[in-house]
Design a protein around this ligand. Structure first.
Ligand code: NI
Ligand code: MN
Length: 225
């Protein structure tokens, strides 16, 4: 049974047995996170795109934990330059790791690293992570796209995270439609309230989703699948 812990914004930790993964480890500069980069211990770091609020503390955690970075080819190679172990992948591709399976999906967003986002890090991605027999969908930063219907049809999603903050990603209207397309068993809203410009209310999202269990996790809270 995987345990999923939310650290605020888009940072998600998944543990199952001896396996420890973190997705988008934005911790030290994340005003919502109850933990810092030095507090986490992981084997794998999954990164959806090069923006600072997603690549976050990947370099320092990767070095300290000797963790493998799973990301698209361009972003993974940025991590090689930092001396990290990588497993490059790309959109549409899946791979079986010791902990389970990862498949990269499209995401409609930008992809650049650095203060001005000028270092090319390839297209942003979403990730389907299957671990302990459960499938978790982390869409990264994205707008709504109709292929979410296909992702929902082809995968039995136990838990989906959905950005609701608007401005940089989909807002609540589109997030509600995304849940309709994906048909996950459970959904957790994320990428909101980190800054004033994405100050949307998760309760509003929860009240508008029909037929799918919405779980609002506070930063630091966990759920077991
Ligand atoms: Ni982004
Ligand atoms: Mn973001």
């Amino acid at each position: 049974m995987p345990k999923v812990t939310f650290y605020g914004h888009s940072c998600v930790m998944i543990t199952e047995g001896k396996h420890k993964l973190i997705i988008d480890p934005f911790l030290n500069d994340n005003p919502q996170s109850p933990v810092k980069a030095d507090d986490v211990d992981v084997d794998y770091i999954l990164v959806t795109h090069g923006h600072g609020d997603h690549i976050g503390d990947t370099f320092s955690i990767g070095k300290r934990c000797k963790a493998t970075v799973i990301a698209n080819f361009e972003l993974a190679n940025l991590c090689v330059a930092e001396g990290l172990d990588i497993h490059p992948m790309h959109i549409g591709g899946a791979h079986d790791f010791d902990f389970g399976r990862v498949k990269l999906t499209i995401a409609h967003h930008g992809g650049g690293y650095g203060a001005d986002a000028s270092r090319y890090t390839g297209p942003p991605v979403g990730m389907l992570v299957t671990i302990g027999g459960k499938t978790i969908y982390h869409p990264g930063d994205t707008g709504l796209f109709y292929d979410m219907k296909l992702i929902g049809e082809m995968n039995n999603i136990d838990l989906a995270f959905i950005p609701i903050g608007d401005n940089f990603t989909m807002g609540i209207d589109d997030a509600v439609k995304a849940v309709e397309f994906l048909q996950p068993k459970k959904v957790v809203p994320f990428h909101y309230k980190t800054w004033e410009i994405i100050d949307n209310e998760p309760e509003e999202f929860a009240s508008r989703v029909k037929g799918v269990e919405v779980i609002i996790l506070k930063p630091g809270e966990s759920l077991e699948l």
